[in-house]
Design a protein around this ligand. Structure first.
Ligand code: ADP
Ligand code: MG
Length: 698
């Protein structure tokens, strides 16, 4: 075997029966019993007393002890919702939605009433909402409309150890807000504050001291978890192909080991989907007598409606196998897990600031940190002794970084900076836990200046303010605003909504390259990927109206009667036949609706279309992507306009083998070379009109 040791097989009691199929159907009483059994429940009263007595409380506890689901409910019971909303932030959208759903079940109330959530492009909350789960990004956006966050009586910053950029910005702002709201410095006189705020910082790792110091030695409280021992196995040699190694390890466990669910950590959606297919394929070929396998994927782009499957209890003694990104590391605890397989890989956002401009945002698969590896292993010991199979050597573990660098030190700051400027704040003057790099700051300033959000005195322009009003990256917001004058808003929204969604539009399968190319031929636009994307969105929509091989008239009658099923089926079939992700298209449609609302607020008519004319679409996009542009050099390579880096067009692009005078692109990806992805051809004269050349530092 690939492992140094093999655990001895020993018998465990069979799963308890009967088991119900999902959280929503569970009767309330077992749920209340489950709540009482959580480790945090014993300390409830003491915990609430501490939060009442202190302005800021740092709560440290093992993952799964009940912090995220219980603390807000304890605060509700203690009457905190009488003066305002109890808000809880999460770094990830799926986690916020899943937790809100769980807590609304625990409260026995429909989601969106007493318990709600708010994430980018999606909200389920109402005037009744007392407990609101939200992404840290959403709460940062709320600052723009209400700089004191006065709706909230308590703000819980959860998963603070992840140190996302938004969490760091919130921590800095909370310090300011506490001073204004609690010390009577809000100009409404000194003395007793009328609208006091409590802050609770929650973390799963042992870094409480730093948070406590940041908030003037705030009180630290520890919650003891219920961690059982986990036996860790390292692989004897390094694994070249971690997906394949995970597959083999899973079946070793499935065939030889006693019951218990398996949690496999992988870097991202692509690996998850490929492993999902292989496990299902092999599981179907197992001889009779082996329990079935229930494979459940779990990643950021997953639709919220698919999340409950993660918590569903498999039928017929099947073994559940969860394929997850680091979302299952600390944010979401799945019951029943006994075996963890850790590939040792994760995706990390990293910004490479260029010294001459045109820095690049990258999302790279990298080795995880020791802290992550320990969290991952811990997931196996929640309900009893567990086992963790690391697909890397002990030496590789020793070589990992102890903990991740805060995101503010390694990501693009343009959007955050723009938001801060709208609040009248300057990133460089903010009281942050860690200060970002000088290069990253100047690179963000340059981007904002090029987009026209800042003038030459570093002052925010009206255009910049308008850009900040969109829940989009500044580059995308700029394109939407440009579309107003160019008369192409309908088309630009079609494109941007796909670019802003969380997963890829075009499905790849190496074994079907020729078939895929043939199926998509009609969608490809000679000007490149953006208009190809537009063709795709339009064709998908049309498939729903006419139903390609359907009787169009019957279809229209059905739609008119409010029965859209045939249209939906036709669209689904169309997407499948063209190897296009329907999930992405549906997410994009939802995003588009939200963007229409933002457009209306910004005085942009989202119905205005440029029809079949393509230039207005490309020009609008180019206003946003001006920094992501390259010109062809005499030797046939493309050179970035900003920064002079040589870039190659990604082989997956419709422009891959073409030579045109100038291109714009969505992003650069780093593998062995620098590739531009999402590429369109653009006329060279555009740059002269835009002034990108004039503004370029000589
Ligand atoms: P912590 O924040 O301390 O890591 P949580 O409050 O997230 O702990 O989790 C407490 C418990 O609630 C865990 O045992 C977890 O399995 C359970 N839980 C959370 N969400 C769900 C859900 N959707 N369905 C069933 N159980 C859930
Ligand atoms: Mg938690």
């Amino acid at each position: 075997g690939a492992f140094k040791h093999h655990p001895q097989a020993h018998s465990t009691p069979p799963r308890k029966k009967p088991r119900v199929s999902g959280p929503a159907e569970e009767p309330l009483e077992p749920i209340q019993e489950h709540r009482r059994q959580l480790p945090i429940a014993r300390g409830k009263d003491a915990l609430v007393q501490e939060i009442i007595a202190n302005e800021v409380t740092v709560l440290l506890g093992e993952t799964g002890s009940g912090k995220t689901t219980q603390v807000p409910q304890y605060l509700l019971d203690a009457g905190f919702a009488e003066q305002g909303i109890i808000g809880i932030t999460q770094p990830r959208k799926v986690a916020a939605i899943s937790l809100a759903r769980r807590v609304s079940v625990e409260q026995g109330q429909p989601l969106g009433t007493r318990v709600g959530y708010s994430v980018r492009f999606d909200e389920r909350a109402s005037a009744e909402t007392k407990i609101k789960y939200m992404t840290d990004g959403m709460l940062t956006r709320e600052l723009l409309g209400d700089s004191l966050l006065s709706k909230y009586s308590v703000i819980v910053i959860d998963e603070a150890h992840e140190r996302t950029l938004r969490t760091d910005l919130l921590l800095a702002n909370l310090k300011r807000i506490l001073r204004l709201r609690n010390k009577g410095e809000d100009g409404k006189g000194k003395g007793k504050a009328r609208n006091p705020l409590k802050v609770v910082i929650m973390s799963a790792t042992l870094d409480a001291e730093k948070f406590s110091q940041f908030f003037h030695s705030a009180k630290i409280i520890y919650v003891k978890g219920r961690q059982h021992p986990v036996k860790i196995y390292h692989s004897a040699q390094g694994q070249q192909d971690y997906v394949d190694a995970a597959l083999r390890t899973f079946f070793q466990i499935h065939i030889d080991q006693p019951p218990g669910d398996v949690l496999i950590f992988l870097p991202g959606q692509e690996d998850i989907e490929s492993l999902e297919k292989s496990i299902e394929l092999f599981a179907n070929q197992l001889p009779q007598g082996h329990p079935e396998v229930m494979v459940v994927p779990m990643f950021a782009a997953l639709q919220a409606s698919q999340m409950p499957r993660v918590f569903a209890v498999p039928q017929n003694n099947a073994r559940k196998c969860i394929l997850a990104t680091n979302i299952a590391e600390t944010s979401i605890t799945i019951p029943g897990v006994r075996y963890v397989i850790d590939t040792g890989k994760g995706k990390e956002k990293r910004y490479l600031a260029g010294n001459t401009g045109g820095g690049l945002d990258t999302l790279m698969t990298r080795d995880i940190t020791q802290s992550s590896a320990m969290q991952r292993a811990g997931r196996a010991g929640r309900e009893g002794p567990g086992f963790c199979y690391r697909l890397y050597t002990e030496e590789a573990f020793a070589a990992m970084l102890p903990a991740a660098e805060p995101e503010i030190m390694r990501c693009s700051l343009a959007q955050a900076m723009l938001q801060l400027l709208c609040l009248g704040q300057d990133l460089q003057e903010l009281d942050l836990m860690d200060m970002p790099d000088h290069d990253a700051i100047s690179s963000a300033l340059r981007t904002l200046f090029l987009l026209g959000a800042l003038d030459s005195h570093r002052e925010l322009t009206p255009l910049g303010r308008a850009m900040a009003s969109f829940p989009l990256e500044p580059t995308h917001a700029r394109a939407v605003i440009a579309s107003k004058e160019l008369g192409s808003t309908a088309e630009v929204l079609d494109v941007i909504s796909v670019l802003a969604s969380s997963s890829k539009l075009f499905v790849d399968a190496t074994d079907k390259r020729a078939e895929i190319a043939e199926a998509r031929r009609a969608l490809i636009h000679p000007a490149g990927d953006h208009l190809t994307l537009l063709n795709t969105v339009r064709a998908y929509r049309a498939a729903g109206v006419n139903g390609e091989d359907d009787d169009g008239e019957a279809e229209r009658r059905k739609e008119a009667k409010g029965k859209g099923k045939v249209g939906r089926d036709a669209r689904k079939e169309w997407a499948r036949a063209h190897f296009i992700s329907e999930r992405t298209l549906r997410e994009a449609a939802a995003i588009r609706e939200q963007l229409c609302v933002s457009c209306e607020r910004a005085g942009i008519d989202w119905r205005v279309s440029c029809g079949e004319r393509e230039e207005p679409v490309l020009l609008s996009l180019a206003h946003g992507l001006a920094q992501n542009a390259a010109l062809i050099a005499p030797d046939g390579t493309y050179k970035q306009i900003m920064g002079q880096t040589v870039v190659k067009i990604h082989p997956g692009s419709s422009m891959a083998d073409k030579k045109v005078p100038a291109i714009i692109y969505d992003e650069l990806v780093y593998t062995n070379q620098i590739y531009a992805r999402g590429v369109s051809s653009i006329s060279k004269s555009f740059f002269a009109t835009l002034g990108a050349f004039n503004r370029r530092e000589a």
